[in-house]
Ligand binder design. Structure first.
Ligand code: AHR
Length: 574
């Protein structure tokens, strides 16, 4: 697109916006008109893309108390389980309709031998895992696949590209996906099953697992081998070249992408990958972005003890996810050979690790490495993050929260026979109506909030790469996203909104261009104190309530968003 057309489009958009803003204000409003602090202007005729249900995916790793206790309690446990898998974990994942589950890591995957987790459990080798904790290997590939079946989700396997050769990756795919039964023979020998499919059947699963989503390594710039982008590009080509897909659909290979906003990694990786026309189709580029609890250091700050400044600062830095998505989309799209059409790079973004990562202060116990509490602050970060993914529904195809239970940005805490759902869990549920709906453009006009720590350069990364962005001085005063789904003969619009202000309710006037709002319902997650959270003793301290929604007037709705809240509204359009 030329500069002129860009400018012209901007001009048209701006004129339309100005006209709409005038229209909004010219409508006679009730006696409360002076109370309106913000406007939400939704454009149902401006689609962004279908919201992939897979942006609501999950990640579990052999780390701390994630697998051992969080997911796997063993068949003989007194804790309610289904074939050794914690029942309350299965219920939680079903409640949020988890579409995809990523395993076994994370950094753990970078030294994991998938064969260690096969066969009789008491014969499996115990090994020192990446996280300095011995792994009994009682939870292996078959247990993971059973977990996915019980939840009703798809598996996403991260392969070990650091310590295993390409042959093991090839054979892991064969073990998972080769068909059951005899294969036609190309010699005089009688037909017989594929050797790895036969081993899979011996280990309890005759039918193939049909895994289509494969992470080719994990953080290869760090714990995955400290590679350069060029070294990883060569590894990616070698690991994926000529791998049979067995099933009808091509496998979805996900390349290791940047840590945070490391655009240089992506640019060099794509340059190197696309220099060689002999390459397997690259389906997705992984992004890992953790929001840290302290502007000064990665994985710092306290999950429970934070002041107002630290609160606003964390949400400001979490909002940088939008910049990261846009930066990497354009880094991919600007390279020759990567586009399907003008401005439409075919490789999708897979944000397969995200969340707020704090210091060690609130771990369930020392051996529950990286476990932390989750407060209302984390619920707001969850809403902000999903709203960003919706606003970029054309770019983000998969995203996995890190990690589902007993870890960084968890939906659930579980220890022995006790369990509690976090505020983040509730946001996952409240955002369900967005899945598979058409994301549409929406303008939020509200006074921004100054970031009291806005003078500190912002770290976007962690572990081996620490990038810094210029300080970000403000946080959006109100943010959110809108999507439309067909409901019978009508249309249902879902609007999710985060009000990060700690003390101020925001009264917003909501309008839809070219349509009228005829009815509205909703739910809201808010609390008296932003530090509020759920724990084993108080599992229902924080939970959503029905939003008090007024009657639309002249096709528009006024709604008051409470301080420190996440709201999901369902608007019927006529
Ligand atoms: O989620 C915890 C760790 O964070 C993962 O193992 C790794 O990929 C990332 O650095």
């Amino acid at each position: 697109m030329t500069q002129n057309t860009t400018s012209r489009r901007r001009f048209l958009q701006n004129s339309a916006l100005a006209a709409s803003a005038l229209a909004l204000r010219s409508i006679p409003l009730s006696s409360q008109s002076t109370e309106v602090d913000a406007h939400i202007d939704i454009m149902p005729e401006e689609p962004i893309g279908t919201i992939s249900p897979e942006i609501y995916s999950h990640f579990i790793e052999q780390l701390g108390g994630v697998i051992y206790d969080g997911v796997w309690v063993g068949e003989k446990s007194k804790i309610a389980n289904q074939g050794g898998i914690r029942s309350s974990f299965i219920e939680m994942m079903r409640a949020v309709q988890a579409p995809v589950l990523r395993w076994p890591g994370g950094c753990f995957a970078d030294s994991y031998d998938w064969r260690d987790g096969l066969g009789a459990r008491d014969k499996r080798p115990a090994r020192a895992g990446f996280w300095d904790q011995q792994d009994s290997n009682h939870y292996g590939l078959h247990e993971f696949m059973r977990t996915c079946r019980l939840i009703g989700c798809k598996p996403y396997l991260a392969a070990n590209v650091r310590t295993q050769p390409a042959r093991d990756f090839y054979q892991e795919i064969e073990y998972c996906n080769a068909p059951a039964g005899d294969l036609p023979s190309n010699s005089a020998a009688p037909p017989q099953p594929d050797a790895l499919a036969a081993l899979r059947a011996t280990n309890g699963d005759r039918e193939p697992f049909n895994v289509d989503l494969w992470g080719v390594g994990n953080e290869s710039w760090g714990c995955g081998g400290n590679m350069t982008a060029e070294e990883y590009a060569a590894a990616f080509r070698r690991y994926t070249a000529w791998v049979p897909s067995y099933g009808k659909d091509p496998l979805r290979f996900v390349a290791v992408g940047p840590n945070g906003d490391d655009v240089e990694w992506t640019t060099r990786l794509f340059k190197s990958l696309y220099e060689n026309p002999e390459r397997r189709h690259l389906w997705g580029l992984s992004i890992h972005y953790y929001t840290s609890g302290s502007a000064a250091r990665f994985a710092d700050g306290d999950a429970l003890k934070f002041n107002d400044g630290e609160y606003y600062d964390l949400l400001t830095r979490g909002s940088l996810m939008e910049k990261i998505v846009k930066d990497h989309w354009s880094a991919m799209g600007n390279l020759p050979g990567t586009s399907k059409g003008p401005g439409q790079p075919q490789v999708k973004l897979v944000v397969d690790e995200w969340g707020a990562w704090y210091g060690t202060g609130t771990a369930l116990a020392p051996e529950y490495n990286l476990s932390q509490q989750s407060t209302m602050r984390d619920a707001l970060l969850t809403g902000i993050t999903f709203d960003i993914f919706h606003r970029h529904a054309d770019k983000v195809a998969v995203a996995a929260v890190a990690q589902s239970v007993n870890c960084i940005h968890s939906l659930m805490l579980a220890q022995g026979d006790r369990a509690a759902l976090t505020p983040t869990f509730h946001v996952f549920k409240m955002y369900l109506p967005h899945r598979g709906a058409q994301a549409v453009r929406a303008e939020f006009t509200a006074p921004p909030i100054p970031n009291p720590l806005g003078d500190t350069p912002i770290q976007v990364g962690g572990n081996s790469y620490i990038g810094e962005l210029a300080p970000v001085k403000t946080l959006a005063g109100l943010s959110g996203s809108a999507s439309i789904a067909t409901q019978g003969r009508g249309k249902l619009l879902t609007l999710t909104v985060v009000n990060p202000h700690l003390t101020k309710p925001i009264m917003a006037e909501i309008g839809t261009r070219g349509a009228k709002i005829s009815a509205a319902t909703g739910s809201v997650l808010s609390s008296h104190d932003i530090h509020d959270h759920n724990d084993f003793e108080h599992p229902d301290n924080v939970k959503p309530t029905t939003a008090v929604v007024g009657t639309p007037s002249l096709g528009r709705l006024r709604h008051s968003f409470p301080p420190g809240s996440v709201t999901s509204l369902q608007l019927t359009l006529i």
